[in-house]
Design a protein around this ligand. Structure first.
Ligand SMILES: [Zn+2]
Length: 199
C-alpha cells in the first residue's frame, strides 16, 4: 500500500501484540513526522534491548549480566524460591515487598492443547537448583487460572518427594486472572497466606 520503508515499518509494527493495522499506520506516520532524533531514540532502545538484555543463567529472569539483579544480591534469602511463569510476575511479586527470597521463571505454564509440556518449561533447571542452593521452600506462584493451577499441581507432585517444603499462594486472587494484574496488597496477602501443598 505504501512505499518500501514506510510499508515495512507498518508491517513490523502490525506484528506487535495489541497493535492492529490501524494503530500500526498511525504510529508509522507519527514516526515519519517527528524529528529524526526522537524517532531514532526508539530504534536505539530496541537495539540496546536486544544487545544488552539476556536471561539470568540461574533463575531465567531478565538480566543484563550472567546473573540478574536479584540473584546477584547477597541480601536475598537463597533458601526460598518463588516460582513464577513470566519475568513480569517477578516485578509483580517484588512490588508487594513481601518476599526476600529468589525466583525461578518457568517461561510459561503447562498447556497440552498448545503443546507446552514440562520439557518446554524451565522445570529441570528448577530441580537442579534445590541441592546446589540449599533450598528449603519452593513457593508456587503461578497464575490462578487453569494452566497455572495445573503447573502448580505438577510441580507439587514432582517436588514433594524431594524433601523440600512446597507451598502455594493463597486463593483470593481473581480466579482466571493473571498475577501481573493483581494489585500489590492482594498479591502480598496471597503470598503471606500461602499454604503447604500435600502431594
Ligand atoms: Zn536470577
Amino acid at each position: 500500500m505504501y512505499t518500501g520503508a514506510l510499508q515495512a515499518l507498518i508491517d513490523e509494527l502490525g506484528r506487535l501484540p495489541g497493535v492492529g493495522p490501524k494503530s500500526a499506520q498511525r504510529i508509522a506516520f507519527h514516526l515519519l513526522k517527528v524529528a529524526p532524533e526522537d524517532a531514532l531514540r526508539l530504534a536505539d532502545a530496541i537495539v540496546a534491548l536486544k544487545e544488552n538484555t539476556t536471561m539470568c543463567s540461574r533463575c531465567f529472569n531478565v538480566a543484563e549480566a550472567e546473573l540478574c539483579a536479584i540473584c546477584s544480591d547477597p541480601a536475598r534469602d537463597g533458601g526460598v524460591i518463588c516460582v513464577v511463569e513470566d519475568p513480569r510476575d517477578v516485578v509483580a511479586v517484588e512490588k508487594t515487598q513481601e518476599f526476600r527470597g529468589r525466583y525461578h521463571v518457568l517461561h510459561g505454564a503447562l498447556n497440552p492443547i498448545e503443546g507446552v509440556g514440562p520439557d518446554q518449561l524451565r522445570i529441570s533447571e528448577l530441580l537442579g537448583r534445590l541441592d546446589t542452593e540449599g533450598v528449603k521452600e519452593v513457593i508456587l506462584c503461578t497464575n490462578p487460572n487453569l494452566e497455572g493451577e495445573a503447573t502448580a499441581m505438577y510441580l507439587a507432585r514432582l517436588l514433594g518427594p524431594l524433601g523440600v517444603k512446597v507451598t502455594r499462594i493463597a486463593s483470593g486472587l481473581p480466579v482466571g486472572g493473571d498475577l501481573e494484574y493483581a494489585d500489590e496488597l492482594t498479591l502480598g496477602r496471597a503470598l503471606e497466606g500461602r499454604r503447604e501443598v500435600q502431594a
